[in-house]
Ligand binder design. Structure first.
Ligand code: AMP
Length: 220
C-alpha cells in the first residue's frame, strides 16, 4: 500500500512497483475518474466530492474497492494507491483481506512537506489513457511507459487547481493522517522521504517494497 498526501508521488511509484514486482496497480482516484468519465451513477455521485477536494463517502468507496479486489488480476497481488484514506476504510480493508485470505504486506508512507506538494500539483500532467503521471519540470513526458502513445493524451486534472489542492491537503491531514499511526501500531509502516529526486525516491520505494514482498512470500 502507498500512503501519502496528494502529489507525494503515489501514482508514479505505483507504476514502478507494478512493472518491477508484477503487481496490479489499484488506484481509487483512477477508478472514480473512470466512472465519472463514463457518467455512471457512481461516477456522477463521486464527481461532486472530487470537485470540492472532499472524500467520497466510505460506504461507496469501500464497495467499489471490494469489487475491484475480487477481480482476477488482483489475485497475484496489488499495489493500493489512494485507498484507504480514512480509519473506517482501513478497518473495512482489514475485513476484506480476512475474507479473501490475503494480507497487507506493508505500507509505504511517502512523506513530503505541504509547500512542495502545492508546487508539484501545479505542474502535474496525467495521461488520460493509462493514468501515468508526469510533471512539467520534474518528470516531463519522454516515452510512454506502455509504448502506446506520444504524449497526446496528457491533461491537467480538474482538481489540481490551487484552491482544490489546499482543500485536498486539509482533508489529508484531518482524515488520512491518522492512518500513519494505525499502520505503525501494526508494525506495517515504512516511511520513505518523498522529497528527494525521483531517482532517489524510486530506489528507496523499490528497495522497501522488494523486502516487504520477499518477507510476505517467506514463511509466515
Ligand atoms: P486521487 O486521484 O487519489 O488524488 O483521488 C482524487 C479524488 O478521488 C479525491 O480527492 C477524492 O475525492 C476521491 N477519492 C479517491 N480515493 C478515495 C478514497 N479512498 N476515499 C474517498 N475518496 C477518494
Amino acid at each position: 500500500m502507498l500512503l501519502g498526501a496528494p502529489g507525494t508521488g503515489k501514482g508514479t511509484q505505483a507504476e514502478r512497483l507494478e512493472q518491477d514486482l508484477g503487481l496490479t496497480h489499484v488506484a481509487s482516484g483512477d477508478l472514480f475518474r473512470g466512472h465519472a468519465q463514463q457518467r455512471t451513477p457512481l461516477g456522477l455521485q463521486a464527481a461532486a466530492y472530487m470537485r470540492g477536494g472532499d472524500l467520497v463517502p466510505d460506504e461507496v468507496t469501500v464497495a467499489m474497492l471490494r469489487e475491484r479486489l475480487q477481480q482476477a488480476d488482483a489475485r497475484a497481488g496489488v499495489v493500493l494507491d489512494g485507498f484507504p484514506r480514512t480509519l473506517a476504510q482501513a478497518e473495512a480493508l482489514d475485513m476484506m483481506m480476512g475474507a479473501l485470505a490475503r494480507r497487507i504486506a506493508g505500507v509505504l508512507y511517502l512523506d513530503v512537506p505541504d509547500e512542495e506538494l502545492v508546487t508539484r500539483l501545479a505542474g502535474r500532467l496525467v495521461c488520460r489513457e493509462c493514468q501515468a503521471p508526469f510533471h512539467l519540470q520534474a518528470n516531463p513526458f519522454a516515452t510512454c511507459p506502455y509504448q502506446k502513445c506520444q504524449g497526446e493524451h496528457l491533461y491537467r486534472r480538474d482538481d489540481d487547481n490551487p484552491a482544490t489542492v489546499r482543500a485536498r491537503l486539509a482533508t489529508f491531514h484531518e482524515r488520512t493522517e491518522p492512518l500513519i499511526r494505525y499502520y505503525r501500531d501494526r508494525s506495517l509502516l515504512v516511511t520513505i522521504r518523498g522529497s528527494g529526486t525521483l531517482a532517489d525516491v524510486t530506489a528507496a520505494t523499490l528497495g522497501a517494497a522488494r523486502s516487504l514482498a520477499s518477507a510476505a512470500l517467506g514463511p509466515a
